[in-house]
Design a binder for this molecule. Structure first.
Ligand code: ZN
Length: 141
């Protein structure tokens, strides 16, 4: 999808911060791990109750993993894995480097950030003029 040339693999600190802000930690963990109950107990600091650890290296028989709905951090008292953000978590869960995790999160969670506006307008103009606009107009009028 992306090429590893000069323009490719750098993301600014600001882009990472914007991505972190754009992704709701609870939504992230609900999607990424299987066992999050509908009624999640959360303490004052934002930490969830203990859940079964999602890290593949840990066969967790007694739930010992929790995440923070405010910060996106995670930690497991069983295996000692921890992460500081949803980006860290994506790196650990999917064995990605930081850039890959950024791209994974951005595309998986449909995050629109200021840095890459090219894709949407191109898609929109193509679809709009050729396909969607006529459909839209005929449906509306
Ligand atoms: Zn663990």
């Amino acid at each position: 999808m992306t090429t590893n040339t000069d323009q490719g693999p750098t993301r600014s600190r600001r882009q990472f911060d914007a991505l972190k802000k754009a992704i709701n930690p609870e939504a992230f963990y609900r999607r990424e791990i299987q066992n999050v109950p509908a009624q999640l107990k959360i303490n004052n600091e934002g930490w969830t109750q203990n859940l079964r650890c999602p890290f593949p290296s840990h066969d967790d028989t007694t739930p010992s993993f929790g995440f923070n709905v405010k910060t996106g951090a995670c930690r497991c008292n069983g295996c000692g894995e921890s992460c500081g953000s949803v980006i860290d978590a994506a790196m650990s869960l999917h064995r990605l480097d930081k850039i890959e995790a950024y791209d994974y999160l951005k595309s998986s969670y449909s995050v629109e950030l200021g840095a890459a506006p090219v894709r949407f307008p191109r898609f929109f103009v193509f679809q709009g003029s050729v396909l969607m606009l006529p459909v839209f107009l005929s449906a509306e009028r």
